[in-house]
Design a binder for this molecule. Structure first.
Ligand code: BGC
Length: 312
């Protein structure tokens, strides 16, 4: 198992972190800021969460400071087993969660629509996920634990709303994660509307002669596969953004995925209408949002009215 270090634990004192949460809540325009229900806001278990991000190539697990939205210590990275069947993935996930010695709620971000506890699609993982009851799956592999599951881009959206590029933004925000596929999160006044799948919207490509799914034209994996420079790839991203903005007229796009680390190199080349921001948490956004969702779902923190009551 390879282990990838991430940002160090927050060096702020408990009191400082709690105070800063209050201050930020006062200065924002939506109610997206988490409120901790524990009597001592930053001293109980409610301020730390555990999140898992399952991708087509790797499974990442890490502890999260739910006050700051930062990773606490190292996260683990394990290559996704091939074939990436539900039982194989859940087995890796169980071993990783146990390695953390964690017995609190676990949030799992999956690259699938999660509709009433059932995974519905599997563009980048094994087809056996389609129709898989994920509640039952994780209850079998992690018995007695509180496990909640949501779409990976929705998890990233929650992260950016609470701790990142979309914090405090009023109106409609659309987050797109550019990775193996294109994931999406739709956020209205800080409230997530789960299970949008804009990566599968049909788009006429820049040549005008081909119509294909957005993620097959403009994901980061297309750029890698075809060896495209940023100058060659960015017009495809602009084209997807224009298609989405013509339909939904968002106030802001947030673009995530590892490729946004190089935002300085290619954001200036975008020529769509809507302002575009780089996601702040990039590769950790799925873990952080999953941990946040799990803690809120377990009643350990109160996100106000911005959490979806269920994932549809
Ligand atoms: C899937 C989405 C997922 C995205 C990123 C897409 O292919 O349909 O559900 O969020 O990839 O992993």
């Amino acid at each position: 198992m390879a282990t990838t270090p991430t940002s160090a634990a927050s060096s702020r004192s408990d009191t400082d972190s709690a105070r800063s949460t209050t201050t930020r809540a006062e200065s924002t325009t939506t109610s997206a800021e988490p409120t901790f229900t524990s009597a001592e806001p930053n001293s109980g278990p409610a301020t730390i969460g555990l999140g898992v991000d399952v991708g087509g190539t790797g499974i990442k697990v890490g502890r999260v400071d739910l006050v700051t939205g930062e990773m606490l210590g190292e996260r683990t990275y394990t290559p996704t087993p091939q074939p990436s069947t539900p039982d194989a993935v859940a087995g890796v996930l169980r071993d990783q969660v146990e390695a953390f010695g964690w017995d609190g709620p676990v949030g799992v971000a999956l690259p699938s629509v999660i509709h009433q506890g059932v995974a519905r699609i599997a563009p980048n993982i094994d087809d056996a996920w389609i129709g898989c009851d994920v509640v039952d799956l994780f209850a079998r592999h992690l018995p007695g634990r509180d496990v909640v599951v949501l779409n990976d881009a929705d998890a990233a959206g929650l992260t950016e709303v609470h701790y990142g590029a979309a914090e405090g933004v009023e109106g409609l925000v659309i987050l797109l994660t550019l990775g193996t596929g294109i994931g999406s999160a739709l956020i209205m006044d800080g409230r997530l509307i789960p299970n949008t799948e804009f990566g599968h919207v049909l788009v006429r490509d820049i040549s005008g002669s081909v119509v294909d799914e957005a993620e097959r034209l403009a994901s980061a994996s297309v750029r890698a596969r075809d060896g495209l420079s940023f100058a060659e790839w960015t017009p495809h991203v602009s084209n997807v953004l224009r298609t989405i903005e013509d339909l939904l007229w968002p106030r802001v796009f947030v673009l995530g995925g590892g490729v946004s680390e190089a935002a300085d190199e290619w954001f200036p080349l975008l020529d769509n209408r809507t302002p575009v921001r780089a996601a702040v948490r990039l590769n950790d956004a799925g873990i952080i949002g999953a941990a946040l969702y799990a803690a809120a779902h377990a009643g350990l923190l109160d996100l106000g009215d911005v959490l979806p009551s269920s994932t549809n």
